[in-house]
Design a binder for this molecule. Structure first.
Ligand code: FMN
Length: 374
């Protein structure tokens, strides 16, 4: 091993072992707030799109997506007639060959869009256009101006995926009831010490390990990882060290010294598994969001249910961490279904927990201009 390699390896072991939080996040600028505030204050020149329309799409794009792949495009037929589509160049063909997560993410985008439109005084009628899970045009959007506004843009802007510092405290009944109402009863909560919660934690770890042994799945994840700030700013999507909550010295090391091949190696794998093992036992238990079917409508609706709940959770200082590997692996799907209710289909497995402090969002988004098609 040459000297540079040796130094890199020993620094990797030390810094990754030190873990997150060694440097205050204040030492580093938040790329997301820099880029997004510049965007929303600017003017735009997209034909057929009004200034309100542009802003609505900007807020819609704050939606979560698997690997932060942002698998959406929006066709502007006329100022009030749009189509939300599925961008095949952004599909996760290895871990999500059935486009389940793509359609869930589009559902979350549509929910943000509908709630953002309400803030600008528009009612939205949605219709499912796609007949199959691979169709490009997925949801029709018709906007209608009304004399009524409900402004909940704050929570759209400040929601994020949170994986660390969850309190080991069960969710309150009133919060669970609220989430359940928002999801039309398609939500099941398992308190932290319940048998089912422990099963979900075990499945999350087991299937994470299975996925880490799958070289194609890891290569796909590596393709969506933006290690350096330069790459993050260039693509404005994917998984950044900040988004993966590799912060402080470890984050600095990963941003400056790791390259794509390191993501495929054993050090990264073992650290990842260790981190997941710690995470699954933290927090207030698990939530499953289910659907009755597996068609386009079921998946888009599940994504909307998830996002309604995630936005309400933001207001209640509740962290939501989707852990999807279980549902991406056949065995994991089967075990969760058999131990839950065989006739319902789990679409999200979410680790949840109260926070003392809700962190700022950090994951990047593509500008509206990049995903609009006129
Ligand atoms: C369908 C779906 C699946 C996801 N699966 C995972 C997952 O398995 N593990 C994880 O850490 N985050 C998962 N996430 C969260 C995304 O990584 C996250 O939404 C994305 O990086 C954008 O970050 P933000 O939610 O903070 O805006 C998932 C999100 C969605 C919508």
């Amino acid at each position: 091993m040459n000297r540079r390699k040796f130094l890199k390896k020993s620094m990797a072991a030390t810094t990754l072992a030190l873990g997150s939080g060694m440097l205050s996040p204040a030492c580093r600028k938040n790329l997301r707030s820099d880029l997004l505030s510049a965007q929303i204050s600017g003017t735009h020149a997209i034909e057929k799109l009004s200034s309100d329309g542009y802003k609505i799409l900007y807020y819609a794009s704050c939606a979560p997506s698997g690997h932060n792949s942002q698998p959406w495009f929006v066709k502007i037929n006329s100022p009030l007639d749009w189509v939300v589509g599925s961008d095949s160049t952004r599909w996760l063909t290895i871990v999500d060959p059935g486009n389940r997560e793509v359609l869930l993410s589009l559902g979350a985008f549509v929910e943000n869009l509908v709630q953002a439109a309400a803030a600008f005084g528009y009612d939205v009628e949605t219709s499912i256009l796609a007949r199959s899970i691979h169709d490009p045009d997925v949801v029709g959007i018709q906007l209608k101006k009304i004399n009524f506004r409900v402004n909940r843009l704050d929570r759209i802007m400040s929601r994020r995926t949170v994986k660390s510092h969850m309190l080991d405290k069960d969710l309150k009944g009133s919060d669970v009831d609220n989430f359940s109402n928002l999801s039309g009863g398609h939500l099941h909560y398992f308190p932290r010490d319940s048998e089912h919660s422990q099963l979900m934690a075990k499945e999350a770890v087991d299937n994470f390990v299975i996925q880490f042994e799958n070289k194609q799945a890891i290569a796909e994840m590596a393709d969506w990882t933006r290690l350096t700030d330069e790459k993050a700013v260039k693509f404005r999507d994917g998984l950044t060290p900040d988004g993966m909550e590799i912060t402080g010295i470890a984050g600095w090391y990963v941003r400056n010294f790791l390259d794509k091949t390191d993501l495929l190696g054993d050090t990264y794998k073992n650290k990842g598994i260790e981190k997941i093992r710690q995470q699954v036992n933290q927090g207030g238990g698990w939530i499953a969001i289910t659907s009755e079917g597996t068609g386009v409508k079921d998946l888009v609706e599940s994504g909307r249910r998830f996002q309604r709940m995630a936005l309400a959770a933001r207001e209640k200082m509740i962290a939501i961490h989707p852990m999807t590997q279980t549902l991406e692996e056949q065995n994991g799907q089967k075990n969760i279904r058999e131990n839950h209710h065989p006739t319902t289909i789990p679409q999200f497995m979410l680790r949840v927990g109260y926070l003392d402090r809700y962190p700022e969002p950090v994951s990047l988004r593509r500008p509206v201009e990049w995903f609009v098609r006129v």
